[in-house]
Structures are given as C-alpha cells and as structure tokens.
Design a binder for this molecule. Structure first.
Ligand SMILES: Cc1cc2nc3c(=O)[nH]c(=O)nc-3n(C[C@H](O)[C@H](O)[C@H](O)COP(=O)(O)OP(=O)(O)OC[C@H]3O[C@@H](n4cnc5c(N)ncnc54)[C@H](O)[C@@H]3O)c2cc1C
Length: 223
C-alpha cells in the first residue's frame, strides 16, 4: 500500500493514559474491523518510527479512529502522540492484522488489547448483529477500563470486567484464572478471540488448554 498522510481532526484523553485520535479518512481507504495499520508521526525525525495501531472506527465510518495507550517512559511514538494537535498529521503505511470476526464467541482482552474488539463490536452493532457475543475485559484498575460505558451499552450482561489491583463491588477481582474461564466460556462456544500483552495471552491460552478448549478456534493477536 502506498503511504497516506492523514490530518488529525480531534484528540481526546479517554482514560489517564489512553488517547482517542480521530483523523480524516482518505478517499477509497478500506480495512476490515479488527485490523491494524502501521503508523508514524508526520514530523521531522518521527516519519520512520513506525508502530502498529488498530482502527477502532468501522469500515463504513467517514473518519478513522484510533485508541492508543501511551507509554511516556518509552520516550517513543506513543509519548510523542501526547504532543499531537488538531491539524497535525500521521502517516499510514500498510494495513494488516490477524483478528477479524469469524462468528459468535467469547472475546478476551487485556488493556489496550480491547481495540480490535471495539471495531468488531461497533461493526456488529451497526448491522444489529451483536447477538450472544461475550467480552471478558481484564485491567489493573477500574480507571484503566477503556470505553466502559459504550461496551456496557453494546453488550449488557455479556460484558464482564475483571480487575487485578482493586476490589470493587460488581467487578470480578484478580487475574483471569482457569475457574473464571470455566464460569464464562460454555462448551458450545466455538470461537475465542484473544488480544493483550504477551504474559496475559500465554496464561489464558494455557488455561484454555487445561479446560480442554484447545479444539476451539482461537483468533489472537499479541500487543
Ligand atoms: C497488531 C498490533 C496492533 C496494536 N494496536 C494498538 C492499539 O490500537 N492501541 C494501543 O494502545 N496499542 C496497540 N498496539 C501496541 C502498540 O503498537 C505499542 O504500544 C506501541 O508500538 C508502543 O510504541 P512506543 O514507541 O511508545 O514504545 P516502544 O516501541 O515499546 O518503545 C520505544 C523504546 O522505549 C524503550 N522501551 C521499551 N519498553 C520499555 C519499558 N518497559 N520501559 C522503558 N523503556 C522501554 C525501548 O528502548 C524502545 O525502543 C498494537 C500492537 C500490535 C502488534
């Protein structure tokens, strides 16, 4: 794909360390819900610092949206995004990604690993096809939960939060465990979608194996 330069339309803090960035969408630009794009910042000395971010908008939207967790300590691209202003621009490189919707199932996300699922759920909602999909969203604190209200509106009782560092009424407490997965994934579930940091993904995959869910289709991407 040729590079596309897109202007930032809005940039908003949606949690203490997550930005929602909306850009212009180039003419004839296409992607599938769940896919990512390699991005760099269109500023001197940043054009070649390319990092992957997932579209959280849906293919039919007239704009592109990204939800980005920033890591100031890395002094890398996400830290530089904190200085971005309306009218600045990003460079979009190739579109790629392993996660696309393959049918109803259980989605398991850790932190910023929610982003491909945001696009998939928004896309399903736009077609009235949310169905019986279920989301398990693991975070350290309640304040880390990205787009909590919208996810609750879309999924209702099928939106399950688990929080490691805080014990809050109405939210499961701790890390995802084998018994937690057993309670939330039925034998009939055919697809498991998994996205998050490597340690979380490894641990969940091991637990799914022990629970004998290894024959289900696991659609995954490591962040
Ligand atoms: C397919 C895909 C899609 C993704 N989509 C999204 C998304 O939609 N939203 C999102 O938030 N994230 C997403 N990510 C993750 C995102 O790409 C990374 O968080 C991002 O690349 C980090 O870039 P950075 O330049 O800020 O930091 P890095 O590239 O991680 O680091 C820059 C430099 O900081 C140093 N460094 C690295 N780790 C540490 C550390 N722990 N402490 C101190 N210094 C360190 C290293 O010297 C490194 O060269 C996605 C990842 C993939 C693979």
């Amino acid at each position: 794909m040729t590079q596309q330069v897109v202007k930032v339309k809005t940039i908003t803090s949606i949690t203490h360390d997550v930005l929602q960035i909306v850009t212009v969408k180039p003419h004839n630009f296409s992607f599938i819900a769940g896919q990512a794009v390699a991005i760099s910042i269109n500023k001197p000395s940043w054009e070649n610092e390319i990092r992957p971010f997932t579209f959280t908008s849906i293919p039919t939207d007239s704009f592109l949206e990204f939800v980005v967790k920033v890591y100031p300590s890395h002094k890398g691209v996400t830290n530089e995004l904190l200085t971005l202003k309306i009218g600045d621009s990003l460079i979009l490189h190739n579109v790629f990604g392993a996660i696309t919707y393959r049918g109803e199932g259980v989605f398991i996300a850790g932190g910023a690993g929610i982003t491909p699922f945001v696009s998939i759920f928004r896309d399903l909602r736009s077609k009235n096809e949310i169905g019986n999909n279920k989301l398990i969203f693991a975070n350290k604190t309640k304040g880390d939960i990205i787009l909590e209200r919208e996810l609750k509106e879309m999924l209702s009782k099928n939106f399950i939060n688990i929080i490691a560092d805080e014990n809050i009424v109405g939210y499961a407490h701790g890390y995802i465990s084998e018994s937690f997965l057993k309670d939330h994934i039925s034998r009939a579930c055919e697809n498991i979608y998994l996205c998050g940091p490597a340690p979380m993904m490894e641990s969940v995959e091991k637990q799914l194996h022990y629970l004998n869910h290894k024959h289900k289709t696991i659609i995954k991407e490591e962040f």
